[in-house]
Write a protein that binds this ligand. Structure first.
Ligand code: SDX
Length: 431
């Protein structure tokens, strides 16, 4: 990033010169970081849609062109035979694709940390069976701080790598156990002989004395889903992790906060809403055409879930990859899902409707991810948990990037006060 030109702000009869920063791809940002301290003026941007909260080298998005790159590598290049989520996790966190040795050592660290402390394990038994898996995930990630206190101090690189491995490995076990708890099934211990996604599917679907047979197409599809969700620059949950981490909160607490943000239906919870929408159409609740009209009706809170994005004004490149992956998986499983045909019909109607065209609303990552997860027999209440499993390396990478920036201050935005002028206390007798 370099600084050359200046921006001029004319306000209150004075002209203020502000530095202009230029990013790798030529994107420009006016540096207002000293505006308040030097001039007592703030900028107003309640959803931070025009505000850069950091400089980052991790992920690049061009919303107009539908570009997404992890450490400069286009997302499309990870859609390859035997996609590998763990190598992408390493790439995001440490900045380069791992060597064979780095990948082997990291895998060993994940395997060494795949079990849960028996104390944490026992807590699942006390949870109500219908506990939302995202509530369990957020609570259990926070509790890791109770069992692994040595990872709480910040700053030790060796401890950081192990803390990151613990999080990435244990989130998978916690996710599987939350599903097993909801079904009243016995927990399946992780199998150290299995790779990351295969082990997750084993813990989800094996039953005692009947090992789940993991098809290569399902294992590849799970790796691809997690890769596509791994990072997305400063989205709602990632910026939450950064805000919490800026207070020097530990990695476990910061990622647990990210889980809570991701749970929202406008963010990570959207893939669940997409399936509900598709099922409602399938069950005769409404026709695709009625769904489109409802989404356009401003008096109706209904949204076309899986469509639109804060940044993409083009087809989300992840949705394109998922759209193709769904076809591949159904072809290899020789199966079909009527919800896929409905999704295709909704996409066709929306993409030729002026309401969506004018507003540049296209399918986002959530539009097809749910249909693909259904093909893998993942239950709907686990979709957002899978999103969190995928996003965890991105949260860790962004938390580390901020932690390593020694000039970073605690994130504390200002406000525009529009409340009462000074007034007095009225005793209760007079009210
Ligand atoms: C994720 O930020 C990230 O990177 C997130 C994410 C990640 O990887 O972390 O990509 C993951 O969260 C994807 C988004 C999942 N959410 C959904 O699919 C929910 C449905 N989408 C919408 O709620 C909405 O598109 C948002 C929340 C995603 C974006 O909201 P914005 O920024 O308010 O949308 P906008 O400013 O582009 O809206 C412009 C117009 C508005 O109408 P007008 O006021 O101009 O008349 O488009 C309308 C919006 O009401 N609009 C929709 C719509 N999305 C936007 N109308 C109907 N259906 C929709 N889905």
């Amino acid at each position: 990033m370099h600084q050359e030109e200046k921006a001029r702000l004319i306000i209150g009869g004075k002209t203020i010169e502000l530095p202009v920063l230029t990013g790798t791809e030529g994107d420009k940002a006016i540096d207002i970081s000293e505006l308040y301290d030097e001039h007592g003026i703030t900028a107003f941007d309640p959803s931070l849609g025009s505000t850069c909260m950091c400089q980052s080298t991790i992920t690049y998005i061009d919303g107009d062109k539908g570009i997404l790159r992890y450490r400069g590598i286009p997302i499309e290049q990870f859609d390859r035979p035997q996609p590998n989520f763990i190598e992408v996790a390493w790439l995001l966190i440490f900045g380069n694709l791992p060597t064979r040795r780095e990948l082997r050592d990291f895998r060993d660290l994940l395997t060494a940390n795949e079990m849960l402390h028996e104390g944490l394990h026992r807590q699942f038994g006390d949870l109500p069976p219908k506990s939302p898996p995202m509530a369990i995930l957020s609570a259990m990630l926070s509790q890791l701080a109770c069992y692994y206190e040595k990872f709480l101090p910040l700053g030790d690189d060796e401890l950081f790598i192990e803390a990151a491995a613990r999080l990435i490995s244990k989130v998978r076990t916690i996710a599987a156990y939350s599903y097993r708890r909801s079904k009243g099934l016995p927990f399946m211990y992780p199998d150290p002989a299995l790779r990351y996604c295969a082990n997750f599917l084993h813990m989800m679907f094996s039953i005692p004395y009947q090992q789940y047979i993991i098809g290569e197409e399902i294992e590849d599809a799970m790796n691809l889903v997690l890769i596509l969700h791994a990072d997305h620059e400063q989205n709602c949950s990632t910026s939450t992790v950064r805000v919490v981490g800026s207070a020097k909160a530990n990695l476990f607490a910061s990622c647990a906060a990210g889980v809570s943000a991701l749970w929202g239906p406008l963010h990570g919870g959207a893939n669940v809403e997409v399936i509900k929408m598709l099922e409602s159409i399938h069950n005769g609740g409404m026709k695709p055409e009625e769904c489109i009209e409802a989404a356009k009706d401003k008096t109706n809170p209904f949204k076309l879930f899986g469509f639109g994005h804060r940044i993409y004004r083009n087809y989300d490149p992840r949705a394109k990859i998922l759209r193709a992956a769904v076809d591949r998986v159904f072809a290899r499983l020789k199966t079909k899902d009527p919800l896929l045909d409905i999704a295709r019909k909704l996409e066709e109607l929306a993409l030729k409707d002026s309401y969506f065209i004018d507003r540049k609303l296209y399918p986002n990552v959530d539009f097809y991810s749910g249909v693909l997860l259904r093909a893998m027999e993942i239950p709907t209440n686990m979709f957002t948990v899978i999103f969190a499993m995928g996003r965890l390396p991105g949260w860790i990478a962004q938390w580390k990037e901020q932690h390593d920036n020694l000039t970073q201050k605690i994130i504390r935005p200002r406000q525009l006060y529009t409340g009462n002028k000074i007034t007095g206390y009225i005793p209760i007798e007079s009210r």
